[in-house]
Design a protein around this ligand. Structure first.
Ligand SMILES: Cc1cc2nc3c(=O)[nH]c(=O)nc-3n(C[C@H](O)[C@H](O)[C@H](O)COP(=O)(O)O)c2cc1C
Length: 192
């Protein structure tokens, strides 16, 4: 079983990377093979709405990292994507990747059967809308979205601002560990 974690922060060793890694560490302890990717120094150009993916199932933009991320997602049984909250939504590289997803539809590739989870890390506000953007990406590609449940119920919200703050947030770490376990447990059930 493979679980892929993606941190959409441009900050090296930031809060999002830390929390996504906690999810992965917990999943690894439960027996999963894990991989962490970050968007640091990655280039994902915005969709040009050229419709070339509709015509020949290929994206017209080939000189960036979007295909790398999509290929990695296709190999995984579980995907957890974390983003810092940037003005109430995901960071721009992640938004560009989400907009580029139409190529997947036209290649008939999807997240069908994959267990997906979202994480939003922000100082004070906008976690809900950030989680919605990530969950929307999963759902529009037929992924099965899970969360630890409770309130708010549709993703992991982490309150942290300065670099290193998430490492002191015991509740967030506990929830990240719980999410890692839940992902492995759910993937096992799906595979039964
Ligand atoms: C451009 C920018 C926009 C931000 N917008 C918000 C916001 O809307 N709401 C919020 O609570 N925090 C906001 N923040 C704070 C970050 O979400 C917060 O510092 C987070 O911990 C960064 O995660 P990272 O360390 O993984 O990069 C913003 C930070 C930046 C740099």
């Amino acid at each position: 079983m493979k679980i892929l974690g993606i941190s959409a922060s441009p900050r090296v060793g930031g809060n999002t990377e830390f929390i996504v890694n906690e999810v992965l560490k917990s999943a690894k302890e439960e027996g999963a093979e894990v991989e962490l990717l970050t968007m640091v120094n990655k280039e994902i150009k915005p969709c040009m709405a050229c419709e070339s993916c509709y015509e020949n199932a290929e994206c017209a933009i080939q000189d960036d990292d979007a295909a790398f991320f999509f290929d990695k997602m296709m190999e995984a049984d579980g995907i957890v994507i974390g983003s810092p909250v940037y003005f109430g939504s995901v960071t721009s590289p992640l938004k560009s990747l989400i907009d580029r997803e139409q190529v997947l539809w036209n290649q008939e590739r999807s997240f069908k059967g994959k267990i997906c989870a979202s994480v939003a890390v922000g100082w004070k506000w906008g976690h809900n809308t950030t989680l919605s953007a990530i969950d929307g990406f999963f759902l529009t590609n037929k992924g099965m979205v899970i969360s630890n449940g409770g309130v708010p119920g549709f993703g992991l919200m982490v309150y942290a601002e300065g670099k290193g703050e998430a490492e002191k947030n015991e509740d967030a770490i506990k929830e990240a560990i719980e999410l890692g376990k839940l992902m492995v447990e759910t993937i096992n059930k799906v595979k039964e």
